[in-house]
Design a protein around this ligand. Structure first.
Ligand code: OGA
Ligand code: MN
Length: 296
């Protein structure tokens, strides 16, 4: 296998040619691909007609898979469409029909439309996400990525010094709360225990490129030891700086696109599409983190 990288003009995100995700990848290629992901933060492969087992196997080249949906019983096992190694990011129910407007799983899934990094609410936050477009919407439904290295670089010296030492509290309660989903009303006490905020640094440094990036997410709701109102205003300011249009790559999906992004260096969000009329079947595998960044 010989592959080629085509960089996008905006300074991150690259298309990679010459990989067939159904084939085994040599150790050397695995190392090279990992380096490319760390450098470009988002990579795109076209025409990857894979099934779930093939996606899982391909993903395992990059580490262990973080199981999906084990936090809540919001989606009961019997209602799941996909195995626990797959995150169902589609708008579909078990019978492959669009989820109704008021369906709780649909509302919960709408959280993906907020700028976020996947699973930053885990003590050991995940690294790469691998998203496969099995069926894509005709209109809308792009995925946008935002380069958090640029976000950090854009800060004043004073701001850099400030954020370098700050710690954030991340929880699904914060991100879903932003959409009016009051988790304490729908979850049991025991489930709520699992949503206790976890601590993450506001700045991360990539161990391969040595570049620093801001580590923000819709899941970030509070700066440790700060007042809530001060935290919200500060986080909003940082979000505004990072999501400047110069730092954004918007992916317009075609069927069988496969995208890998590095959650430690980019945020992402899904864009609106008519989920009551169109079918959008995108499926994610996620690579588990191996380290806790801050003592909890
Ligand atoms: C995800 C996600 C956005 C989208 O898969 O983690 O946030 O465009 N997806 O579906
Ligand atoms: Mn996501």
């Amino acid at each position: 296998m010989n592959f080629k990288v085509l960089k996008s003009k905006i300074g991150f995100a690259a298309e990679v040619f010459g990989i067939d995700a159904r084939q085994n990848i040599s150790q050397q290629h695995k190392i090279e691909l990992t380096r490319i992901i760390n450098e470009h933060a988002v990579i795109i492969f076209k025409n990857q007609n894979i099934n779930d087992d093939e996606q899982i196997k391909f993903s395992e080249n990059f580490g262990e898979i973080e199981p999906a949906g084990t936090n809540t019983e919001l989606t009961k096992m019997k209602d799941r469409r996909l195995s626990l190694k797959m995150n169902d990011v589609s708008n579909l129910d078990k019978n492959n029909k669009p989820l109704a407007k008021s369906n709780q799983n649909r509302i919960f899934g709408l959280g993906n439309r907020l700028w976020h990094t996947d699973a930053s609410f885990k003590k050991k936050p995940v690294t790469f996400s691998i998203l496969s477009g099995r069926k894509v919407s005709l209109k809308g439904g792009e995925t946008e990525f935002c380069d958090m290295r640029c976000g950090y670089k854009a800060l004043s010296k004073e701001m850099k010094n400030k954020v370098d030492d700050l710690v954030g509290e991340h929880s699904l309660q914060y991100s879903r709360g932003k959409l009016g989903f009051v988790m304490k009303d729908v979850l049991t006490k025991k489930e709520l225990e699992k949503f206790k905020p976890v601590l993450q640094p506001l700045v991360r440094k990539n161990s391969i490129t040595n570049r620093k990036s801001l580590y923000l997410s819709a899941h970030l709701g509070l700066i440790k030891d700060w007042e809530l109102a001060d935290s919200i205003l500060f986080i909003n300011d940082l979000m505004e700086i990072c999501t400047c249009s110069d730092y954004i790559y918007a992916h317009k999906w075609e069927e069988n696109d496969l995208i890998i992004w590095d959650n430690t260096q980019v945020m992402h969000r899904g864009r609106y599409f008519n989920d009551q009329k169109e079918v959008r079947d995108v499926r994610r595998t996620t690579i588990a983190g191996t380290e806790m960044l801050i003592d909890q």
